[in-house]
Design a protein around this ligand. Structure first.
Ligand code: CA
Ligand code: CA
Ligand code: CA
Length: 682
């Protein structure tokens, strides 16, 4: 090669190499941003709008080409059929919104076979082959083809923020959720790993189901677009829990599987709390302070399947009791029974926008108050039964079925079903003496020697006194001069504990006046974890262990269940359960499963659970090219550094080629570029 060609190119490569070597973060950040999902990325959803407009795309597969035109007809009948999706949505909003569906004219054609998209890899649903891109890849193909053929995306951006809000993709393959094999696709609401942009409109999310999915599943996935969360027990990390969430009472739990006697899909309505999440205005608030002490108010509830209105009562901050008349009629024909459905929603649990709420039956976001008290949904012995509903004459609150808020206070009111007919339920809401104090926090677990403490908010000054009984035969005394506002109160036990856990119950008084009937659970624990962050390196393709040093409070051992959250979940596979004592380290096995390349970061949280206790350790792992601390691995850890070295080698190649110029033909620039040794780093 001639010197005047080779030398400048070599110089550019050396300089670039120098820059990249000393600024590897630049390259690494680019790689990380393009290769990793972000676990803090919140779901993009938009509540139900008064004029809904949905784009429906139908796509077939390379091994299942449609040629009859029947697929569009099937799609039309799923949406517009007598008991189809459109009818479901219209009744769900009690006619308060209109739903329009635009069917894209032709069946779109996916490049690969069903199994290429649907194959599950290492337990990851529909990961797909590398070339197909799995379920996400199928969505991208459908969206791109439709766009190239002239879809006007703005029509489906209902709030004009340039983000497309309503998109349903129906495919012609089998469906895994309904007994299909693992090479088929699970219906889902998906987020595109890399959002698409067409004519200024961003596409971030889509709902996907199959033409073989039932109406309930299609509607369930579409409801995620409105902000509804899954309400079956999504916490499959904790195997002991057989909880069914809210079961057959909500389309977002198992209510999407309801069928009539002919086996036709008849999904039930969402519960009132879910409707509220989706911005559907179908409830009214019962305000206890407005009712005042020693008063009675009657409320009428029409069936939710007949455009009824639900009621909501605040129990404590961000905690609500929901009351709704669910009747086996209309959309709710296939409910387990008819009556007053009572549920408790705790908005402080989980993260709704991450669809991570009903994780743990001990700490639920939304749970049914089962009128039969048999906890069938909690234990998983059934997914809802008619006896879960309250009927004529039932009482609940501080009389009849006890309702306590999350801090153990018995409510200061009661509800009686005075009359229940096919048309309506009449409730009699009755208040007792409304308290001037309220428990706003309490510590339910103690290291040995730690005092019992609660936080109490007072509306007036109060000379707090209480003698509470613990079921391990002890007495806990609380005495404090409470000022208006929040007060920290410590208890004094009359003796050492006689068991590891129990309940404390009794009456909190101000002076001589009874204020609150309380029941606290308590538990003795061996330790708490005090480590919040860990950063380390792992081999990019071999199975390895990370050792996380831990700081503890307390001196004894404690057993934790482990959950891996975020991208970390895909490579961390054990342990699930571990017993830790001061001095122990947490050892986690990492299996990259071919997902990592050198220098990539895997982030996430390791969450340690024990009952209501949850402690997260933020983890940042960087994958290394070569294991160990050899000279090479110290200097070559990241793709940036590898790129730097390849650039330098490229430069060297040009320098060396100078001496051969007399024998070498002149190469075109394209060929020169091809000769830069790109293949070293992957
Ligand atoms: Ca699959
Ligand atoms: Ca939008
Ligand atoms: Ca039950």
């Amino acid at each position: 090669m001639r010197v005047w060609i080779a030398l400048p190119i070599a110089m550019i490569l050396f300089i670039t190499s120098w820059f990249v070597y000393f600024n590897p973060d630049f390259v690494d950040d680019v790689i990380e941003n393009s290769a990793n999902g972000d676990d803090t990325d919140e779901s993009y959803t938009l509540n139900v709008q008064s004029n809904e407009n949905w784009l429906v795309l139908v796509i077939d597969f390379q091994d299942k080409r449609s040629n009859t035109g029947k697929e569009m007809e099937t799609a039309e009948s799923l949406i517009h059929g007598e008991n189809g999706v459109s009818n479901y949505l219209t009744e769900m909003v009690a006619g308060k919104s209109t739903f329009n569906f635009e069917f894209y004219g032709d069946v779109l054609n996916a490049e690969f076979a069903v199994g290429d998209y649907g194959v599950d890899v290492d337990g990851v649903r529909d990961a797909g082959t590398e070339s197909s891109g799995g379920a996400n890849g199928l969505a991208i193909e459908a969206i791109t083809q439709a766009s190239n053929n002239g879809v006007n995306w703005e029509d489906f951006d209902l709030n004009s923020d340039e983000i497309v809000d309503r998109l349903l993709i129906l495919h012609t393959g089998g469906v895994q959720e309904d007994g299909g094999n693992s090479n088929e696709l699970w219906s889902h609401f998906g987020h595109l790993e890399n959002e698409l942009k067409f004519n200024g409109s961003l596409i971030k999310t889509y709902a996907m189901a199959g033409l073989k999915s039932n109406i309930g599943t299609i509607a369930h996935e579409m409801l995620h677009s409105f902000g509804a969360a899954d309400l079956y027990a999504v916490h499959d990390e904790l195997p002991q829990d057989n909880w069914k969430g809210v079961g057959d009472f909500d389309i977002m739990a198992s209510g999407n599987w309801a069928e009539n006697s002919l086996g036709e899909s008849r999904p039930v309505l969402p519960m009132a709390a879910t409707m509220n999440l989706m911005g559907i205005d179908r409830y009214e608030e019962i305000l206890i302070d407005d009712i005042g002490s020693h008063n009675e108010v009657k409320y009428e509830l029409k069936p939710m399947s007949d455009s009824g209105t639900a009621y909501r009562v605040e129990l404590s901050e961000n905690e609500f009791l929901w009351l709704e008349y669910r009747q086996q009629s209309g959309l709710d024909s296939e409910l387990p029974g008819s009556g007053l459905l009572v549920s408790i929603e705790d908005k402080d649990v989980g993260n709704i926008s991450l669809n991570n709420v009903n994780r743990d039956s001990e700490n639920p976001y939304l749970k049914i108050v089962e009128a039969d008290g048999n906890s069938g949904l909690i234990t998983g012995s059934n997914s809802g039964e008619s006896s879960d509903l309250f009927l004529n004459g039932s009482k609940l609150g501080n009389n009849g079925f006890e309702i306590r808020e999350r801090y153990g206070e018995l409510v200061s009111w009661s509800i009686e079903i005075e009359n229940m007919s096919d048309e309506k339920i009449i409730l009699n809401f009755k208040t007792g003496e409304l308290p001037i104090i309220s428990v706003v926090a309490y510590e339910h677990e103690f290291l040995d020697g730690e005092p019992f403490h609660i936080d109490i908010e007072a509306k007036e000054n109060c000379n707090l006194n209480a003698e509470l009984f613990s079921d391990d035969s002890r007495i806990l005394r609380l005495e404090s001069e409470l000022q208006i506002g929040e007060n920290e109160v410590y208890g004094v036990w009359d003796g050492p504990r006689n068991s590891d856990s129990g309940q404390i119950f009794g009456i909190l008084k101000c002076g001589e006046t009874n204020q609150l009937n309380v029941k606290f659970s308590w538990k003795s624990i061996g330790n708490r974890i005090d480590t919040d962050f860990f950063e380390g390196t792992i081999h990019y393709e071999e199975v390895s262990e990370i050792i996380i040093p831990l700081k503890f409070e307390g001196n004894l051992s404690r057993t934790y269940q482990l959950e891996f959250v975020g991208p970390l979940e895909r490579i961390a596979n054990s342990p699930n359960k571990v017993t830790l004592a001061p001095g122990d380290e947490l050892i986690v096995t990492i299996d990259p499963q071919g997902l990592l390349s050198p220098g990539m970061y895997a982030r996430g949280h390791i969450v340690l659970h024990d009952g209501l206790y949850e402690h997260g350790i933020e983890v940042v792992l960087q994958s290394e090219f070569i294991e160990g601390q050899s000279f090479f691995s110290k200097y070559v850890g990241s793709p940036g550094q590898l790129i730097a070295i390849s650039l330098a080698l490229g430069g060297l190649w040009f320098i060396l080629s100078i001496s051969n110029t007399t024998k070498t033909e002149i190469k075109s620039e394209d060929e020169l570029e091809e000769n830069v040794p790109e293949d070293i780093y992957y």
